[in-house]
Design a protein around this ligand. Structure first.
Ligand SMILES: C[S@@+](CC[C@H](N)C(=O)[O-])C[C@H]1O[C@@H](n2cnc3c(N)ncnc32)[C@H](O)[C@@H]1O
Length: 295
């Protein structure tokens, strides 16, 4: 995304072109380049200098609507190393973590940089985002995607390569400096101690996991560790709709499952949450089999 938020389309802009059947392609505008479709080529020069929201015609006579990509368009089209957090979940992460201009956020793993782009957008120029990714090849994908979206390396972004726990343990990530931490990794319960170290009191930890077993493990480990508010879990389902005359109904296909979010807040040093007053539901926790366990 270049600094030209409005006005004409220029070199470096990321645009989405949509044909009459709704098929989309994403391109980054470059003078002299041609985008080849099976309906003929489209010269970037034809788009450069045109207003956002124009229509161009390919060499084969097909018309395409040209619009500067929104962040969600870019995330769904960008090259991936690791699986990305989908826009619907990224939006909920921003809200659950309480992010806004000036927020300071730590995330791991950086993966493909999809969530990074969302976090950087939410915190704005006054905030900052620190991302850690332990796979150098994925970190490179994240760096390329983030720099492509923002048009340059964001001044308020640091990308560290390595295990986030080591970086917290040896002080490369400072303690008590973050308003929010987001973990998107297979074993987030292994990083609860690191999150507790870097969050300021009242700071929010948001964990994104794909399976119920991960969700249960992280929730129980949060409770067992103490110093956190009662964890809250959610899943969001977005159902798009078919809109045509009287045929207004949900689309037949949807993204059925992406992941679950767990959010909890860090209490002040030495403080434990008051015991829960609600008893766990019968059977919530396994009991050790005893002599009368069959009755
Ligand atoms: C699913 S991907 C993250 C995708 C990313 N949120 C996005 O939207 O593009 C999970 C990443 O976490 C990284 N990872 C797992 N454990 C880590 C740790 N302890 N420290 C740093 N990175 C870690 C993995 O290498 C992997 O790339």
């Amino acid at each position: 995304m270049t600094s030209r938020a409005f006005g004409v389309l220029g070199p470096g802009d990321i645009v989405q072109i949509t044909d009459p059947r709704g098929h989309r392609h994403t391109l980054q505008l470059e003078p002299g380049k041609v985008f080849h479709t099976h309906r003929g080529g489209i010269s970037h020069d034809e788009i450069l200098g045109m207003p956002d929201g124009c229509v161009v015609t390919s060499a084969g006579g097909t018309t395409y609507v040209v619009l500067r990509s929104l962040l969600e368009d870019f995330i769904l089209s960008m090259p991936r190393g690791a699986a990305v957090i989908y826009p619907k979940d990224a939006a909920r992460i921003v809200m659950s973590a309480g992010l806004g201009p000036g927020s300071r956020v730590l995330e791991a793993g950086g993966g493909s940089g999809a969530l990074t782009c969302t976090l950087l957008t939410a915190v704005g120029g006054e905030g900052f985002v620190v991302s850690w990714e332990r796979r150098p090849d994925f970190a490179e994908v994240a760096r390329t995607n983030v720099e492509r979206w923002f048009g340059a390396p964001p001044a308020n972004w640091e990308l560290g390569i390595g295990d986030v726990r080591d970086a917290v343990a040896d002080g490369r990530i400072p303690a008590s400096q973050f308003d929010a931490v987001v973990w998107d990794m297979l074993d987030p319960w292994e990083c609860l101690g690191a999150a507790a170290t870097v969050l300021r009191p009242g700071g929010v930890l948001v964990v994104y996991v794909a399976t119920t077993t991960q969700l249960s493990r992280v929730a129980e480990d949060v409770r067992a560790m103490g110093g956190w508010t009662e964890p809250r879990a959610e899943e969001s389902l977005v159902r798009t709709w078919h809109l045509e005359g009287l045929a207004v109904r949900p689309d037949h296909r949807m993204i059925g499952h992406t992941g679950f979010l767990l959010a909890t807040r860090r209490l002040a040093p030495g403080v434990q949450a008051p015991p829960r007053r609600r008893r766990p539901a019968k059977g919530a926790y396994p009991t050790a089999p005893g002599p009368d366990s069959s009755s």
